[in-house]
Every structure is written in C-alpha cells, then in structure tokens.
Design a binder for this molecule. Sequence first.
Ligand SMILES: [Zn+2]
Length: 145
Amino acid sequence: MTALGPVKFLTIHCAATPEGRHVSADQISQWDQARFGQTSYHWVIELDGSTHRTLRDDQKGAHVGGANTGNIGICYVGGVSKDNKTPKDTRTDAQKASLLTLIRTYQERYPGIVIRGHRDWPGVKKACPSFDVRQWLKQVETDHV
Ligand SMILES: [Zn+2]
C-alpha cells in the first residue's frame, strides 16, 4: 500500500447505507476492496458508536478522488434514509460523539489539520457525508460553552 505522506486533511464520509441498518466495518472494507482494490478509509464508525481502525495512519486511503495524499478518511455507517437513496443525516448520538472524539484526537496530533466533508472537496457532486461538517463543528463548539 502507498504511503500516506504528511497528514494535512481529515475527510468525513458516510457509507450511504440506510438509516438504522447495521453494517460492520469489515463489510465496508470488503466492499471497498472489491470496488477500488483496497480499503478506502482509516476509520469506520458503526451505528453503536464503536470506532474501527481499517487503515494505519501511514497508509494511503482511497476516499477522495485524486486527493488521498495526506488525507485521513473517516466513514460512518448510514447516510441515507430507509428508502436507501435519499441523503439524510442518520448519525446516532453515539456516532456523533465518536466522530467528535476522533476529530479532536487528530486536531491535537496534527495542529492545523483541515477537517472537511467529502462534498467540500472541489468537483464533488455527491451529498456525502449527508451533513454540513463545518456547520456541525461550529454548532458543537457553541453547545459546549
Ligand atoms: Zn464520501
């Protein structure tokens, strides 16, 4: 597997799986290996909030087309409503808490790291990760006053 390079970005994704359906981190890695020939993300957060490391931080992922160098990828299970297609912020409270913990950990380890949603990258037309990352982080900070 290719080396990641210096960490500069952290990109959040959803798995685009239906609300409330349990999908394991292993399953997601298997799908990615079938589609892209490798594991896409560094972390997967399951519905119960459990975090699963799927790549080491020195391994390059495959989660943002053409921009995987120095880019850590986190994917949470869910992201579409029960119809299996409409983008929806389906994150459970446990997933939100775990996502925030992971983000904070990387912010401490790599000061200046840029946190983005997949859709915030130029040219991306998907709804992934089905919520506005910047707005959510701002909201979370306000709530913690
Ligand atoms: Zn994505």
